[in-house]
Design a binder for this molecule. Structure first.
Ligand SMILES: [Zn+2]
Length: 267
């Protein structure tokens, strides 16, 4: 994992993704000057629409991409993936026909996958053999619905990927140190992960259950046959100076952006 600092931006890249254009962007380097300071890309958090647009342009521009290549969607905490064959830039929660998905994949270098996070777990996938990239958005709901392994199945079903070829990154999200959960979540983790749930739900010093979404998503990916997995190991709630955290900032925060695109000009 590399931390890149450039023009006020600070973002993570991963050597295992080779020449894939990608970044997990911290909150630094944008134009928002409010509770969503500063590189907020969330359109539903009370930030100025003009600032959100400018931030998207900054983020894409930093990696040499145009926002016209963006594939955006309405993230709804579900298990479903969508094949992003061509750019889709009009994402808006006010548009009833908006594409709803929590995982995207593409083999088209003209498409830049884009998703937003603030505590939910970003899962980034790259198959260097079939030349496919994908991102999943896995909060507790996406994690118990197996959004990450569903995305692996998308790679397999659509592009014939061998999960053993896939390189995976589990990005910054709320960590086991901070993610206290209640009965509703506990029950669904047990239903979804069976005996493994004992390890995924750890008891804090105060006797509360903490859900380890990092370990859950790693387990989910391994069950789907993915072997090459890197964990960023960064808790967003521990590091609100760098990352937006819905939990730690009590909902008054922004969303950070993750993008992924295949290099252009490849056969
Ligand atoms: Zn923490």
């Amino acid at each position: 994992m590399l931390v890149v600092e450039q023009n006020g931006l600070k973002y993570l890249t991963f050597e295992r993704f080779g020449n894939v254009t990608h970044g997990i962007f911290s909150r630094h380097g944008g134009v928002s000057n409010n509770h969503a300071t500063s590189l907020n890309v969330g359109g539903t958090v009370g930030d100025e629409p003009g600032s959100v647009l400018a931030n998207k342009q900054i983020l894409f521009g930093a990696l040499g991409k145009n926002t016209s290549s963006m594939f955006d969607c309405w993230q709804v905490h579900g298990p479903d993936y969508v094949l992003a064959n061509s750019p889709h830039t009009a994402a808006s929660h006010t548009n009833p026909r908006e594409i709803r998905a929590d995982a995207l994949l593409t083999a088209n270098p003209d498409v830049t996958l884009f998703m937003r996070f603030a505590d939910c777990t970003p899962v980034l996938l790259y198959d260097p053999v079939r030349r496919v990239v994908g991102i999943a958005h896995a909060g507790w709901q996406g994690t118990v619905k197996h959004a990450a392994s569903n995305l692996v199945r998308g790679f397999t079903h659509i592009f014939g990927s061998d999960p053993g070829d896939i390189q995976a990154v589990i990005g910054p999200s709320i960590g086991p140190c901070h993610y206290e959960v209640g009965h509703q979540v506990i029950e669904q983790v047990i239903t979804s992960y069976g005996r493994k749930a004992n390890e995924l739900l750890q008891e804090s010093a105060h006797g509360k259950a903490h859900f380890n979404m990092w370990a859950a998503n790693e387990y989910d990916l391994r069950n789907a046959g993915v072997e090459h997995i890197e964990l960023a190991g960064i808790c967003t709630a521990c590091h609100t100076n760098d990352w937006f955290s819905h939990r730690a900032e009590k909902g008054r925060t922004g969303r950070f952006g993750v993008i992924m695109a295949l290099p252009e000009g490849m056969e």
